[in-house]
Design a protein around this ligand. Structure first.
Ligand code: ADP
Ligand code: MG
Length: 262
């Protein structure tokens, strides 16, 4: 029997009042795969993420990690099983150096946060450097995080997420607020890490340029429902996807919209 996929989402549902934010969504993600979740604002992308990572309790459906049902587990337990995330992390300590932030993340992974920081200062120095190398920030190790450019803080957040040795990494709009060139660089880096470490990554991204350039596969949500999935070229040519994106970011990104005939 072959091993279960890294992530299986089956008939996931979540409503807020009368709004069916996620409406029966099913997909799979393999280890070593960079999977983009796209869709217009309000499509249900963040709600999907939050049901997978345990921040929200789904109304129905199942989420399985390497074949194991995550039902009933809280965010911390799911994180412990190897599901990392990078969104909403203003969690770098601005007064500490980049290196210290990484050491702290490694201590936290070890469950040793209660130890006196002063004694811990030498701990995990090499692994922390190694993570900084992995995200191209070794030269900034001794800089206070508060002095970093925005794009570099995003790289520190990525390194912090990697400190937990995730099997699956969830990245909700990891490049929000970044310039186009930085966006490409960050997602290219993530793609490289996915390959090297065999982790699975699910990410959302508004720039279709970036998505089509780097994702292995795309899934498309519209009004809570999955309307298409496949490799970038197939998604680009999908009539329903074009309909959803007509006149919006897909067109802006230079992907020609279909000719409208009356
Ligand atoms: P996306 O991330 O694709 O932009 P969301 O998952 O944030 O979409 O939202 C999906 C729908 O659910 C939207 O209609 C949004 O207004 C609604 N929604 C999301 N979170 C909440 C919440 N906490 N309370 C009420 N409605 C919400
Ligand atoms: Mg969102």
């Amino acid at each position: 029997m072959s091993a279960a996929p890294l992530l299986q989402v089956q008939s996931l549902r979540k409503a807020f009042g009368g709004v069916q934010a996620v409406d029966g969504v099913s997909f799979e993600l393999a280890a070593g795969e960079l999977l983009a979740l796209i869709g217009p604002n309000g499509a249900g992308k963040s709600t999907c993420f939050n049901c997978i990572n345990g921040q929200l309790r789904a109304d129905g459906g199942r989420v399985l990690l390497a074949g194991q049902d995550l039902a009933g587990l809280g965010p911390r337990q799911i994180w412990r099983r190897g599901v990392g995330r990078t969104f909403q992390i203003a969690a770098t300590w601005t007064s500490m150096t980049v290196l210290e932030n990484l050491q702290l993340a490694l201590l936290s992974h070890e469950g040793a946060l209660h130890r006196w920081w002063g004694r811990a200062a030498e701990r995990h120095r090499e692994p922390a450097f190694e993570l900084l190398r992995a995200v191209g920030l070794e030269a900034m190790a001794q800089a206070p995080c508060g002095a970093l450019a925005y794009g570099d803080i995003k790289r520190v957040e990525l390194a912090i997420a990697l400190a937990n040795s995730p099997r699956l990494l969830l990245m909700d709009e990891p490049t929000a607020g970044m310039a186009p060139r930085e966006r490409h660089a960050l997602v290219a880096l993530v793609r490289q890490l996915v390959r090297e470490r065999g982790i699975g990554v699910l990410f959302t991204e508004h720039s279709m340029d970036v998505v089509f350039a780097h994702a292995d596969r795309l899934i498309v949500l519209a009004r809570g429902q999955l309307i298409a999935q496949g490799p970038p070229q197939a998604i680009r040519d999908d009539a329903r996807v074009r309909e959803v994106y007509l006149g919006s970011s897909l067109a802006e990104s230079g992907v020609a919209a279909p000719r409208v005939t009356s």
